[in-house]
Design a binder for this molecule. Structure first.
Ligand code: PLP
Length: 290
């Protein structure tokens, strides 16, 4: 919906993070052209974004997906200035801000530029992706076009589930659930990192202590083909990981694996990490020959 509205108000080219969330159907269907911009540990490269002449951007400033950086204060300021000067728009995809384990989350970008940022939240990480419930905070100028777009969505949004979520919010049960899940995920994440440190000490862990996945930077010598081999080998053994290839529009940068811990049981972590270590070692041996 946000993409259709951005197209309707005249945007044509929008910057997207590379690597980034790769569900591009909505962007492409809206007729927006994607301009991939590199990211690092401080989020999207705002100078490059500005230099491309894009008219807007779809970004994850609080916890870059999938690398895990937070958009730095200086980049935020440059982005906000640029938005004001060029009447651009940003879609702020705040998909997992509820889960920060070491410190309080940074404030939303939307708070710095409420007239230029569409803020998007979701219940997919806090409750379940299958619920299909999310929410938008929309700049005043876009409320009308967004409302018009919403009316075109004949199937609407699930009503009973929305009422149930409202009930959870009103009774405080949602907050209690978040506090409980934060504690569980923090512990699970620590256990996962401990196992990784024991089995694969040479792998660098990237990104914030946040969300429901960790990013592992693979040893330098591993190629994209090795990354693919590791991911598919693990899949055959029932372990779902993703590689950078799934999220990157270019072949550049170090190889990476993304390991989700939202659904794994604590007791399965150690044996899963041992499988992961075996797969990485096998790929390394393949690289240097038998
Ligand atoms: C970067 C990012 N944005 C958004 C979402 C949520 O999408 P949806 O609300 O459509 O389930 C996810 C879920 O995995 C995500 O990783």
């Amino acid at each position: 919906m946000a993409c259709l509205v951005l197209r309707a108000v005249g945007l044509r080219r929008v910057a997207v993070e590379d690597p980034g969330y790769s569900d591009w159907v909505a962007v492409d269907k809206a007729g927006l052209q994607r301009v991939p911009i590199p990211v690092d540990e401080h989020g999207i490269d705002v100078d490059q974004l500005i230099a491309t002449g894009a008219e807007g951007a779809l970004i994850t400033p609080s916890h870059q997906f999938p690398i895990g950086g937070v958009l730095s204060a200086s980049r935020r300021q440059r982005l906000v200035r640029w938005l004001a000067q060029h009447d651009g728009y940003v879609l702020e995809d705040d998909y997992d801000a509820e889960f920060r384990y070491d410190q309080a989350p940074v404030g939303a970008l939307q708070g710095l530029a409420a007239d230029r940022v569409i803020y998007a939240g979701t219940a997919s990480k806090t409750l379940a992706p299958a619920l299909r419930i999310g929410w938008l905070v929309v700049p005043p100028e876009l409320v009308r076009p967004m409302d018009a777009e919403l009316r075109r969505w004949k199937e609407g949004s699930p009503r009973i589930e929305q009422d149930a979520l409202a009930h959870l919010l009103q009774t405080g049960a949602y907050d209690r659930h978040l506090r409980k899940m934060r504690r569980i995920y923090r512990g699970r994440r620590k256990h996962l990192l401990d196992c990784l440190a024991a089995e694969l000490p040479e792998l660098e862990i990237e990104g914030m202590a946040a969300g429901l996945h960790v990013t592992l930077r693979l040893p330098f010598e591993l190629t994209r083909a090795d990354e693919t081999q590791i991911v598919s080998g693990l899949r055959e053994r029932g372990l779902a990981t993703e590689g950078l290839g799934r999220y990157s529009q270019t072949a550049e940068g170090p190889r990476r694996l993304f390991v989700g811990y939202g659904r794994i049981t604590d007791s399965a972590i150690a044996s899963s990490v041992r499988l992961l270590a075996k797969a990485v070692r096998a790929a390394q041996r393949h690289e240097v020959g038998p």
